[in-house]
Design a protein around this ligand. Sequence first.
Ligand code: NAP
Length: 654
Amino acid sequence: MRVPDSVTSSPFVTEVAPITEPDEVIRRHLEDAELPPLLPALAYLTGDLSLLRDDLRPDPMLAAMPQAGLTAEQQAEIRQIALEVLVRYRDGGCEPAPVPADEDLLRIMEFAVGGAEMEAYLPLLEEELAYRGEDRRAPGWRLDEVAPGRTFRVVVVGAGMSGILAAHRLQQAGVAFTVFEKNDDVGGTWLENTYPGCRVDNPNHNYSYAFAQRHDWPYHFSTQPVLLEYFRRCADAFGIRDRIRFRTEVVSAEWSESDLRWSVRVRTADGVEEVLEADAVISAVGQLNRPNLPDIPGLETFAGPSFHSARWDHAVDLTGKRVAVIGTGASAVQFIPEIAPQAGELLVFQRTPPWLGPTPDYHDEVSEGQRWLYGHVPSYSEFNRFWIFWRMGDGVLETVRVDPDWEPKTQSVSQMNEMARALLAGYLTAELADRPDLLEACMPHYPPGAKRIVRDNGVWTRTLKRDNVRLLDGRIRAITRTGIVDARGEEHAVDVIIYGTGFQASRFLAPMQVTGRGGIDLHEHWGAEPRAYLGITVPGFPNLFCLYGPNTNIVVNGSIIYFSECGVRYILGCLELLARTGQRALEVRKDVHDEFNERVDAENRQMAWGCSDVNSWYKTAHGHVAQNWPFTLLEYWQRTLRPDPDDYELLGDR
Ligand code: NAP
């Protein structure tokens, strides 16, 4: 895991400063420490594997608990060991030990997550750790070296998290590209969603590019302005801003079989259209981009202000108003607590209650001690990232897998899933013990993992208990000029309606019109069942690559940035294949695509979200799970390391 200077490219890693503080200050900072990653970091720092004591190993079953369920005695012991190690490190001149050999690193990693036999994870985790800013996912080739004189032009659609990343990698490989972005800045979802309370629900050490880490996140779960700033800084630092054409939307892309190129039609905000030729198109348009307005009769007749959470109208003053919110998904649960104190009365229309994942530090700033540790203990920040990566990814996948013998499957799908259900139900019961009416309305009757679990630090239930908030049945009959008619026919007069009703997630790449070989329209081709190979390539659509495409979403809260990093590497691998073979285009073989999708479908049926009949945006109207990756994160990484040439038809010598 030693970092060659040549691949250290991130401007975001905060330098680790030498420790100069007296023992007492170190002891004080250790009080704030997130402990599970601490001993692994210290073993890495000192090379002393005897620090990895079995009696201090985190229990993987308790990973979701504060400090992974370590007892007070274990915590005190770890802090004492850490103090002694850090004092010795300070007094020895802050010299880290040599980087451990792979077998030692494996032991450190296995201890860190309480796992065993993780050899297959070693290279992935080394990448994810991105120790000291290394960038192991950078393309190891440049077009002018692999295919001197060859020109190749790529259009990237969208300058959000995935588009910025794709542009950065194309630039590193020396491939010409233009990014088209309909907005006037980068950031995608973090630019568009400005609703009050908007923040990421995946800890920032994980929700950030592996190669562009920072130790100094102000919050564990950063707010929208912090994230937008991060992506802006990334775009600047990667030097890609002048390659982005802002306020310009890609309207259509049409494949020419004679030229083996795409004709891409773009339209500026002023309505001026232009057609460009491109060898490849990378769609980085995001899935949760086009607001979904509910199909409720009379919606358009409402006379007052109304808007969707992703198009928040900050000009509407909610002070003292009767406000209706439709929906209680991840967005609504974030903004309702923010607007409740302001509204005169707040009516919350809930159709299906979310499971709440207790997250005490959800809104907290990173404490002073924890920040000091990130900034002074080499590799602590990286091992913390690794700890999050595991406990929110492959480490919890089994809790949402269906046990075929488990009956009935309505409330839980396995013994482990039932344990998770009991834990979450216990949390809700404790929070709403004094309000049996709310407890009944808020208790989900579907398995955890069938819908997205929403984080909570007690704010949601406290909000529902407010005198000016009423939780109502979300099966709305109609919207009128003046209000909302509920399922029982009662009309509730309101001044403002806010739609927290999610996105048209299954309409991948919409509203772009994409025409492939033989004049096939992509959306007609997909019909109700969007599919792609590895979420990236589609038969009949050569040199079209999707990021965050079908079946690349995650339910148990891993980071979608991980998927984009894997996907972009794969796409660059496809371009490298074309450059090395001298071919012009590649198209995934239909049999390869179909076989892959059969496997995905079968596996999705074995997961809580595929087995349960609760409605969710993971499924299309026909019940097909179009969103979720049902396998391990490791498998996606392995499959996207590089394209297998046998999976593709290569077209047209140059
Ligand atoms: P969502 O999860 O799809 O929630 C939509 C809500 O609207 C649900 O409560 C749904 O009820 C309700 N709804 C939809 N149509 C309705 C209708 N006709 N009548 C009544 N209620 C209706 O959307 P979201 O909250 O915007 O979140 C979408 C995704 O965005 C999340 O799952 C997450 O992946 C992402 N997100 C992430 C963050 C974050 O990281 N901080 C924050 C927000 C969103 P049903 O449940 O009954 O369908």
